[in-house]
Design a protein around this ligand. Structure first.
Ligand SMILES: Cc1cc2nc3c(=O)[nH]c(=O)nc-3n(C[C@H](O)[C@H](O)[C@H](O)COP(=O)(O)OP(=O)(O)OC[C@H]3O[C@@H](n4cnc5c(N)ncnc54)[C@H](O)[C@@H]3O)c2cc1C
Length: 449
């Protein structure tokens, strides 16, 4: 570890709750990590909202930002092998001009490849293509008992315990990911407004054939407008779909545009009135695009939140909680309705909330289930923790789950009930590869994994 820089840092997830003090180091290579002599927890670009990337007590945070090299590209099978600290942004910038796109992407490109795999991220195409687990062909993982290559056919216990395993088997050193060949870097997009939650469900099911879909929901609208939303659907655009002026450079990268929020928003901006106006503005602004197909670049379609670099500052110094649940069919609609009704009654404000259709996750720590998922950003107030405990009960009643990559508050008991298989099988894999918990996180300690 002679190339590492160690310093004491304040470490937080994207939501800022909790924030802890811990040692941080940024190695140039993974040598010396296997063997269990170093107590650490891996961290990518810190876009998980809660405590998944916060080290456990007495552990240092291993920042992967220097492990960011491409290693190989197998053109025949479109498989990229890269170090885990490479960001999705870097992959897009290099491979889109060559005619490849990510097979699955979360709503930000500022995540590392290792973080995307360790969180088994899902995107707007989950109902058709599932999470990133389906496109990971191989990994090299430095575990406390040694460094191993793994795949669905080789050490499959390590492979499936590491995908969506939140760093608990050790450091993912390398990932081989299958990319998707594309004709253009653009998307054909259609937006539709849904009057309320029932209308949204109808539209989602009617337009299920779209490869990509998601909706922004106004969780502050009440009564007959409860759950009003803007549904966005899309497909990769072919060359023939592009207007003439874009055909000259069909694989162009979007133009960079990154305003910053220079300071934390004051508390008074986070009141119900301001959040309602924000949501109303979003719903009204999108009227223009009601049902018409148009072309968008990939930043506009996938990463609208990345346009404002430090947008978490909108939530003030206290930070925010992100609550994401998945509720399976046949109770997806019913469970979502009850949860949204409950949250609306509590007046819990969110700038914007996201609804998606889900397919099934297959790993041993599966979050998505065929049905619906809802994600809300909630300004942090201590009294809201109790309200969210009540939402947990609704989610559990319908067989739902809370997304660990966004969580900082679920109890160990609820975790076991929501993830009965994971709490057994995942623990078995961790007990084997990380028996002394020399690799451990705040999340793992909270959930007693
Ligand atoms: C604006 C925004 C939109 C988002 N949209 C989505 C979405 O649509 N779908 C979705 O699924 N998620 C979404 N997320 C969450 C985010 O994609 C995941 O939390 C992702 O795991 C973050 O990657 P990261 O590199 O920032 O990792 P970090 O946040 O640093 O770490 C996340 C987890 O991965 C582990 N980890 C990181 N690197 C390694 C490694 N090399 N080896 C082993 N373990 C490692 C960490 O220990 C931690 O448990 C969103 C987040 C933001 C901020």
């Amino acid at each position: 570890m002679e190339h590492s820089i160690r310093r004491k840092s304040s470490i937080r997830g994207w939501g800022g709750h909790p924030t802890i003090e811990a040692q941080e180091f940024t190695p140039n290579h993974a040598e010396g990590l296997a063997g269990g002599n170093v107590h650490y927890h891996p961290r990518g670009l810190g876009r998980s909202y809660g405590d998944a990337a916060l080290p456990g007590a007495g552990h240092a945070s291993l920042n992967t930002k220097r492990l960011d090299h491409f290693i190989d590209f197998d053109e025949e099978n479109h498989i990229l092998t890269a170090e885990s600290g490479v960001s999705l942004e870097k992959i897009l910038e290099y491979f889109v001009p060559k005619g490849y796109f990510l097979p699955v992407t979360p709503g930000t490109k500022f995540v590392s490849l290792g973080g995307a795999v360790a969180g088994n991220v899902h995107g707007k195409n989950h109902h058709h293509h599932g999470s990133i687990e389906h496109f990971v062909k191989k990994m090299r993982v430095s575990t406390p008992i040694g460094t191993f290559d793994c795949s669905p056919d080789e050490r499959s216990d390590l492979f499936y315990g590491t995908i969506g395993g939140y760093g608990m088997t050790g450091l993912i050193e390398q990932v081989s990911l299958q990319l998707k060949p594309v004709e253009t870097s653009y998307f054909k997009v259609t937006k539709m407004r849904a009057r309320n939650l029932e209308h949204l469900f109808e539209l989602f099911e009617l337009y299920d054939h779209y490869t990509f879909s998601m909706a922004w929901m106004d969780t502050l609208a009440r009564g007959s407008q409860m759950g009003r939303s803007v549904l966005m659907m899309g497909e990769h655009a072919t060359l023939a779909d592009l207007p003439q002026k874009l055909r000259k450079d069909p694989l162009a990268l979007p133009k960079p545009f990154k305003p910053n929020i220079p300071f934390y928003a004051p508390e008074f901006l986070l009141n119900r009135l301001f959040l309602s106006l924000f949501n109303l503005g979003f719903y009204t602004f999108n009227y223009k695009n009601n049902g018409e197909e148009h072309i968008e670049d990939y930043d506009t379609f996938f990463y609208p939140l990345d346009f404002i670099h430090n947008w978490y500052k909108m939530y003030g110094r206290a930070g925010f909680l992100q609550y994401q649940m998945s509720i399976p069919d046949p109770h997806g609609r019913e469970g979502m309705r009850e949860a949204v009704e409950f949250l609306t009654k509590q007046g819990i404000g969110s700038f914007l909330s996201v609804v998606k259709r889900c397919g099934e996750d297959e790993g041993i720590i599966p979050f998505c289930q065929k049905g619906y998922t809802l994600a809300l950003d909630i300004p942090f107030r201590p009294e809201r923790l109790k309200i969210l405990d009540e939402v947990d009960k609704i989610v559990l009643k319908y067989g739902g789950r809370v997304y660990l990559g966004k969580d900082s508050r679920l109890s160990a008991d609820m975790f076991r009930k929501m993830y009965p298989k994971a709490s057994e099988e995942w623990k078995k894999v961790i007990d084997h590869y990380n028996p002394e918990r020399t690799v451990s996180s705040h999340l793992a300690e909270r959930l007693k994994i």
